[in-house]
Unconditional design. Sequence first.
Length: 359
Amino acid sequence: MIQIVKRSKISKTDNFKIRCIAILLSLVVLAIFLIIINLNPIDVYAAIVQGSFGSTYSIQQTFIKSIPLIISSLGIAIAFRMQFWNIGGEGQILMGAFAATYFALKFPNMPKFQLLLIMFCAGILGGGLWALIAALLKGKWNTNETIVTLMLNYIAIKFITYLQYGPWRDKNAMGFPKIPSFAANATLPDVFGINMGWIIAIILTILVYIFIKYTKKGYEISVLGESEKTAIYAGIKIRKTMFIAIFLSGALCGIAGVIQVSAVSRTLSADVAGGVGFTAIIIAWLSSLSAPIIVIVSILFAALVQGASFIQTAFGIPEAAAQLIQAIILFFVLGSEFFTKYKINFKSKGKLKGVNKNE
């Protein structure tokens, strides 16, 4: 008989072993899939590494893809730390991008530094206030934040689509439904060939780490996540703490949105988030909500995405096959999370009966 037992504690060595076994198993299963579609697994694995870290350009692209993942994952981690299940990162990224785009289009001739500063402030408010809707509803009527934040994603997507096809449609785009591109003043400059979002990501990682580990409000968020009763007993203001945490969560996602429109797409569209908000949920969980680990996992995830994109071109495989390669690796890596928290015991029925008789 199989018994699933919750681990009271797991050593770092065992944790590392479980992760390594999961990665090895994913490579074995992936090799079988690649052989079936007539590809050499070794060549594909080498191409994934080459596509993500094999040249200056590929390294730059990997880091560019990791920037919004890092920042939005930090935001999701703050909400999850207090067990507020914010599934709305995608919508918060879009609303942050929308708020920044408004000022980028309205004041294209404003000095660059001032305009970018206003865009980031607008993005913080856009993402933070959008997330705060779910917190207010939960605080007032105890609504399910998972459903509310998920639904808000679709509202944000449809709203941006409306702008794209309606009032913000570019009249000079020859009938193509797009929002005008940003002026040079509204675009983030590059540092070492990568938009300066990577500097912002590092600063935010440090700030979030300090906030959670060394500030009173960060401690209150952690306590509230552990036990609401304990938080009440300790005199923590539940609603106020929740509102602050969720605003910060959405604000960080909003910053990711600003960087996406200002440095990557340089215009607003319904696709600007690109699934980053949902991917951030996976990264936050894999990182155990730890800010420094989020950086590492985000870069590895971005490398996987960049590598999969490269092999799609290098081997002429369809997009679905490239995505399946990502999915297989993620399946095993995420599955390993279960075995770090639980262990499986195998016991014979005879032993179980003997235990019952003794009882």
